[in-house]
Design a protein around this ligand. Structure first.
Ligand code: PNS
Length: 159
């Protein structure tokens, strides 16, 4: 049977335990997951795309994942990777509008695309990279929100 590969795209600025929970659960469905870090989207990122990729690689060492950055349209990246499956995490209702728009836009561009939403574990419902950065910037302890390597990277950024 053909291996099923999905792409999990995002900014991951930085990766959190919420993202890792989505990755682990997506791997119960797909054989392989490509974590695709958006290089220069609309957002001003704290970490460079190389830093974000390296942090994810470090945090997902023993998982069936590949990590790389991409630029341009997600649909073009999916074509390059020869898959039509996209994974996204869904937290509160507030995520829905944005995610719905993106999924529909992608499907308009490439009708074969299927977006799979994984509901965030209740533990990470409130968690976002933005919150983590805000806490770290103000020297709060973020050990329960991000992997150890990311904790260190945040500390160095806000030293
Ligand atoms: O973690 P984020 O910032 O919510 O991820 C957003 C991301 C990277 C999935 C989205 O911005 C994206 O796919 N950007 C690539 C450009 C694109 O394809 N846009 C059309 C879909 S709206």
């Amino acid at each position: 049977m053909k291996e099923k590969t999905a792409v999990y795209p995002g900014s991951f600025d930085p990766i959190t335990h919420g993202h890792i929970d989505v990755i682990k659960r997506a791997l119960k469905i797909f054989d392989r997951l490509i974590i695709a870090v958006l290089e220069n989207g609309n957002k001003d990122c704290l970490f460079s795309s190389a830093e974000r990729v390296n942090m994810i690689k470090d945090a997902t060492k023993n998982m069936r994942v590949e990590v790389e950055s991409f630029s341009g349209l997600l649909v073009d990246y999916l074509r390059k990777k020869k898959t039509v499956f996209v994974v996204r995490g869904l937290r509160a209702v507030s995520d829905f509008d944005y995610e719905f728009q993106m999924a529909i836009a992608n499907k308009k561009l490439e009708p074969e695309i299927e977006t799979f939403f994984i509901l965030t574990d209740k533990e990470y419902f409130y968690l976002s990279s933005t919150t983590v950065k805000e806490l770290a910037r103000n020297k709060a302890n973020v050990s329960s929100f991000v992997p150890k390597n990311v904790q260190g990277a945040l500390k160095r950024k806000f030293m």
